[in-house]
Write a new protein. Structure first.
Length: 94
């Protein structure tokens, strides 16, 4: 099985912020993870990320909110997207 694109969204906001989200199903878990999804979810300005979720090889599931990086407990693809969008909404209104 090759990687299968499950979700892709890109949005540019009037204030210059960009939201870009990609979620794929992969044949085997990424090193450091326990599920078969690879993702990169980002919202921010050039040179200034607001929210980023990813599961890069060796680090496993984690998120960046502002300058803080912390582990993220992956439950499902739907929950991942929902959590990301909720964090984006909270950061864009604060």
């Amino acid at each position: 099985m090759r990687a299968k694109l499950l979700f892709r969204q890109r949005e540019e906001f009037d204030d210059g912020a960009v939201l870009e989200a990609v979620l794929r199903e992969v044949p085997a878990p990424v090193a450091g993870g326990s599920h078969r999804f690879k993702y990169r979810l980002y919202c921010g300005f050039p040179g200034r990320p607001l929210v980023r979720y990813d599961n890069e090889r060796g680090k496993g599931d984690h998120r960046h909110v502002g300058r803080v990086e912390e582990p993220y407990r992956f439950r499902s693809a739907e929950k991942l997207i929902g959590d990301f969008l909720a964090d984006v909404a909270a950061r864009r209104t604060s």
